[in-house]
Design a protein around this ligand. Structure first.
Ligand code: CAA
Length: 386
């Protein structure tokens, strides 16, 4: 079994690390405090090819694999979780479904500029009354000749206020439940497509999200993504990839907290010695290191399986992606909690980054499927094996 990264994967990891540490990390605290959308970092990520890492070059992407994508996500999220999720949404939730399910014309018109980072995409599944129970969506699309008319609302749409297009899921046949869902690509500027003001949140302050209203929003059938009734499967299969991105984001946040806690443990003295000399601290550091490693293995396995799926078109990684996301996100909550504890009062202070990591970690247990839904997915698949 080969656990070494390829030269290309190491190159992407290094280039993401250099960019993250030189350009992103110095701005992370200011972005969080101001809740400022990082326009210049999004532009730089586009230039570095990070907004369409696993999209083939013929469609504007960097043509790398999903392992490279996960490695880059870890590095960038380690510097700034907000910048990390902006990258993840564009790669996993906007580019990926069009790459997998789009027509050639849709790939040329919508995917290529997005993968090159000239435009930005977002993903509309969640609604005010349906989050975990995604198929209970109430947004409808009604056929009108060779057009569809979309009415409803989507919320918590990460990147929504800035995105140039949305991949949105609508009910097109209420009698069929999840089999009555259809996906559409809706570009910004389409009449009746109305993003609202940015939400106020506990963390990831620079990654703006919002509610989007669709009011008589008329789109041509050419913007339908996949077959009629296929939308729920498109959403779920997209999230199988997206959850790897969020797991990588969680690992990046936890790595940042761990590294800072280790440095602080060497510096801070108590009872005449650096606190690193105390077993109480050593045990925390040991538990963190082990959990970080476990998360890394789960994430890279899921990303590797996604690469096999790209090659053979049949490999499923639903369960492995859910395991990676569940473990990495809960681990990030535990690790940031313990790292903050090592910092004591300073960890609670806005003077240090720990409180930001602690707040940012929390969302990874919620978006792209809560920890509870990850257990439903993993448990359901496990029981089917018997
Ligand atoms: N890939 C392909 N097809 C899949 C699939 C997958 N991973 N998972 C399910 N399906 C198919 C099933 O095979 C089934 O097909 P048939 O009708 O042919 O049998 C169909 O989809 C319905 O499946 P279920 O019966 O399992 O569906 P369900 O209604 O019970 O829901 C669920 C399952 C796992 C709970 C799902 O609703 C879910 O994942 N909920 C969480 C939603 C979520 O993650 N939202 C995140 C929003 S995006 C976000 O947060 C973005 C952001 O801003 C960053």
């Amino acid at each position: 079994m080969e656990l070494r990264l390829t030269e290309e994967q190491q190159l992407i990891q290094k280039s993401a690390r250099d960019f993250a540490q030189k350009e992103v990390a110095p701005k992370a605290r200011e972005l969080d405090e101001q809740g400022r959308w990082p326009t210049e970092l999004v532009q730089q990520m586009a230039e570095l090819g990070f907004l369409g890492i696993a999209v083939p070059e013929e469609y504007g992407g960097a043509g790398c694999d999903n392992v490279a994508y996960a490695l880059a996500m870890i590095e960038i999220s380690k510097a700034c979780a907000s910048t990390g999720v902006i990258m993840s949404v564009n790669n996993s939730l906007a580019c990926d479904p069009i790459l997998k399910f789009g027509t050639e014309a849709q790939k040329k018109e919508f995917l290529a500029p997005m993968a090159a980072g000239r435009t930005l995409g977002c993903f509309g599944l969640t609604e005010p009354s349906s989050g975990s129970d995604a198929s209970a969506m109430q947004t409808v699309a009604v056929k009108d000749g060779d057009h569809w008319v979309i009415d409803g609302s989507k919320n918590w749409i990460t990147c929504g206020p800035h995105a140039d297009l949305i991949v949105v899921f609508c009910n097109t046949n209420p009698e069929l439940g999840s089999r009555g869902t259809t996906a559409f690509i809706v570009p910004k500027g389409t009449e009746g497509f109305k993003p609202q003001k940015a939400d106020e949140k506990l963390g990831i302050h620079a990654a703006h999200s919002c509610t989007i209203f669709f009011e008589g929003c008329r789109v041509p059938d050419a913007w339908r993504l996949g077959e009629e009734g296929m939308g729920f499967k498109i959403a779920m299969s997209t999230l199988d990839g997206g959850r790897i991105g969020i797991a990588a984001q969680a690992l990046g946040i936890a790595e940042a907290a761990h590294e800072k806690a280790v440095a602080y443990a060497h510096e801070r003295k108590a009872f005449g010695k650096p606190i690193a000399a105390k077993q109480a601290i050593q045990f925390k550091i040991a538990d963190m290191a082990m959990q970080l490693d476990a998360a890394r293995m789960l994430i890279l396995r899921a990303a590797w399986l996604k690469d096999q799926a790209v090659k053979d078109g049949t490999t499923r990684h639903t369960q492995e992606s859910a395991m990676a996301k569940l473990y990495a996100s809960e681990m990030a909550t535990r690790v940031t909690h313990q790292a903050l504890q090592i910092f004591g009062g300073y960890g609670y202070s806005k003077e240090y980054d720990l409180e930001r990591h602690y707040r940012d970690a929390r969302i990874t247990e919620i978006y792209e499927g809560t920890s509870e839904i990850m257990r439903v997915v993993i448990g359901g698949m496990e029981l089917k094996k018997a």
